[in-house]
Design a protein around this ligand. Structure first.
Ligand code: AMP
Ligand code: TRP
Length: 342
């Protein structure tokens, strides 16, 4: 089975669960925008069906889905170039997931660390959907015959499982139908850490709002959070080696480099020797400069819900032109009788 016989196509998904932050922007959204610039057909999905594997308040879920869509667009995804979809509006995801539920084995699912972490000791009380989560994720990707999947390190195991499902399906039915999708894992440079603790990832679930820059923060808030970010008392080094054992310094330099499209070495060549009292205002200016157009566009879109809903409806139409024939072909392979024209 050759992976190259399929046209390159990118797919990725993010759960609509609120609080988009700088980590999501640099680690996910900005990378999606880079793919878009490469002119590879790309589909980006708000995975609401995955979100409900744990309880979601219906009103919050709607709001978070629209907010995520606004974040995608504000970050630079063009809904005419990339396909932006809300998972539940493209029924083939759930339909193919059922077929994959019958391909995947219980043992495979039981080994997933996310399942073990989220279900914990109370697995009997977890939803069946949480257990089947990775089969739906495989369906998300494979219902587009997607070949490349940009994800964070934590999703690597789920991607392996998607590859196992594609391989087993092709083998069981003796076809060369599904591509074996490649994970494209975020580099360490794009891992943004908490502004309060350089050893923890910036996260939407951190109780301290000062630990992250939200895509809903205004310019003043962004600047204030950077001024208050935790640091050490030393001056900045001139080489990356000098950032070892200095997680907070490394994080702020990484953020500067990522926002400015520079390498860490380039940044240190400019700012090496400076004190944080001098560097922080530079970083605050840069962050405001790069982030406030995004946060402003996001709040504009959030006030124009109709615009977002139309973009998602149009995205689903374009998506179904790809997914419906792939699902039909899957059903044919599996042995399901096709409906006829009457
Ligand atoms: P999450 O918010 O954890 O559901 O993640 C959504 C996407 O953002 C995934 O692609 C993550 O890899 C990425 N992401 C989340 N937090 C960070 C972070 N602190 N640094 C870099 N990328 C992140
Ligand atoms: N499980 C992913 C996460 O929590 C989200 C996701 C769902 C996804 N379906 C996907 C990511 C398909 C990549 C491809 O981050």
């Amino acid at each position: 089975m050759s992976e190259t016989s399929f046209t390159p196509r990118v797919f990725s998904g993010i759960q609509p669960s609120g609080n988009l932050h700088l980590g999501n922007y640099l680690g996910a959204l900005k990378r999606f925008v880079d793919w878009q610039a490469k002119d590879v057909e790309s589909i980006y999905c708000m995975v609401d069906l995955h979100a409900i594997t744990v309880w979601q308040d219906p009103k919050d879920l709607q709001k978070s889905t629209r907010e995520l869509c606004a974040g995608f667009i504000a970050a630079g995804l063009d809904p005419e170039k990339s396909i932006l979809i809300n998972q539940s509006q493209v029924p083939e995801h759930a339909q193919l997931a059922w077929v994959f539920n019958c391909v995947a084995r219980m043992g495979w699912m039981q080994r997933m660390t996310q399942w073990k972490d989220k279900a914990g000791k109370n697995a009997q009380n977890a939803s069946l959907g949480l257990f089947a989560y990775p089969a739906l994720m495989a369906a998300d990707i494979l219902t587009y015959h997607a070949t490349h999947v940009p994800v964070g390190e934590d999703q690597k195991q789920h991607l392996e499982l998607a590859r196992d499902i594609a391989t087993k399906f092709n083998h069981d039915y003796d076809v060369d139908f599904f591509p074996i999708p490649e994970p494209v894992i975020e580099g360490a440079g794009t891992r943004v850490m908490s502004l309060r603790d350089g050893s923890k990832k910036m996260s939407k679930s951190d109780v301290s709002d000062a630990s992250r820059i939200n895509l809903t923060d205004d310019a003043d808030t962004i600047a204030k959070k950077i001024r208050k970010a935790k640091t050490d008392p030393d001056a900045l080094p001139s080489e990356a080696k000098g950032l070892e054992e200095r997680p907070e310094a490394r994080n702020l330099i990484n953020i500067y480099a990522a926002l400015n499209g520079q390498s860490v070495d380039q940044v240190l060549a400019d700012v090496g020797g400076k004190q944080f009292s001098e560097f922080k205002p530079m970083l605050a200016d840069l962050a405001v400069d790069k982030m406030s157009p995004i946060t402003t566009e996001m709040s504009r879109l959030m006030e124009n819900q109709d615009e977002i809903d139309k973009i998602l409806t149009r995205g689903a139409e374009r998506a179904r032109a790809i997914t419906a024939p792939i699902l039909r072909k899957t059903y044919d392979i599996v042995g399901m009788v096709p409906p006829v024209e009457r």
